[in-house]
Design a protein around this ligand. Structure first.
Ligand SMILES: C[S@@+](CC[C@H](N)C(=O)[O-])C[C@H]1O[C@@H](n2cnc3c(N)ncnc32)[C@H](O)[C@@H]1O
Length: 196
């Protein structure tokens, strides 16, 4: 088990956790260090690994984007992150084109004034009910996904995942709780959606 890896046995993963020892240090101090939400998301995605062949990613924090390049390189993958707000920089090109959309959003309940940073605060500050950032993406999901596309979203209980699933039904998206875990005070869930 090398530095930066999480024990495979302890996490009961088929695949070893990617190397990430550079995250949260030095030039990447202001980048979100993988935590329980990250690892729960990885566990959820592992279930669908055969459908996930190629990823592209976006981030509003330029350092997080640079850090993702480093993470990919350390793990033998090539990615070209796009620095943009949610998916803005990819529209309208990606309309109905996305096979896999994954969002581990800033979901922590915070004062609304804390939302909107382009730095490390953007990792967690979710504003009212922790929903202010994710609620801007949710209405776009249906028009982004391809006919066989999937959307994965990390939530905590305070975000009201049941209500999110109900509200996406009106955009013809069926949802389910793929996996849940208590991590300290957070009850984390990964939701999965697809077009009906
Ligand atoms: C909880 S962290 C997750 C980081 C990483 N994906 C993971 O799973 O460990 C949330 C990430 O979303 C980014 N972010 C926050 N608001 C954003 C926005 N409006 N557009 C794009 N990225 C955003 C943050 O900079 C941060 O890197």
């Amino acid at each position: 088990m090398g530095e930066g890896r999480v024990s495979v046995g302890r996490c009961r993963r088929m695949f070893s956790t990617p190397l990430s020892s550079h995250v949260g240090h030095g030039e990447f101090t202001d980048v979100y260090d993988p935590a329980e939400d990250t690892f729960l998301l990885m566990d959820a995605l592992e279930k669908d690994v055969n459908e996930i062949k190629k990823l592209s990613c976006t981030d509003i924090n330029p350092l997080a984007a640079a850090c993702s390049v480093e993470s990919a390189k350390s793990n033998g993958v090539n990615i070209q992150p796009i620095i943009t707000d949610l998916v803005t920089g990819l529209l309208p090109r990606l309309q109905n084109q996305v096979d896999v959309l994954i969002f581990n959003p800033p979901y922590v309940v915070t004062p609304s004034e804390e939302v909107g940073s382009h730095g490390i605060e953007a990792s967690w500050a979710g504003g009212e009910r922790g929903r202010e950032v994710m609620d801007r993406l949710l209405p776009q999901v249906s028009s982004l996904l391809s006919s066989h596309g999937f959307f994965y979203l990390v939530t905590i209980q305070e975000n009201n995942p049941e209500e999110i699933m109900q509200s996406l039904k009106s955009s013809s998206l069926q949802g389910t709780v793929l996996i849940s875990r208590q991590a300290g005070r957070e009850h984390l869930s990964v939701l999965k959606f697809w077009k009906t």
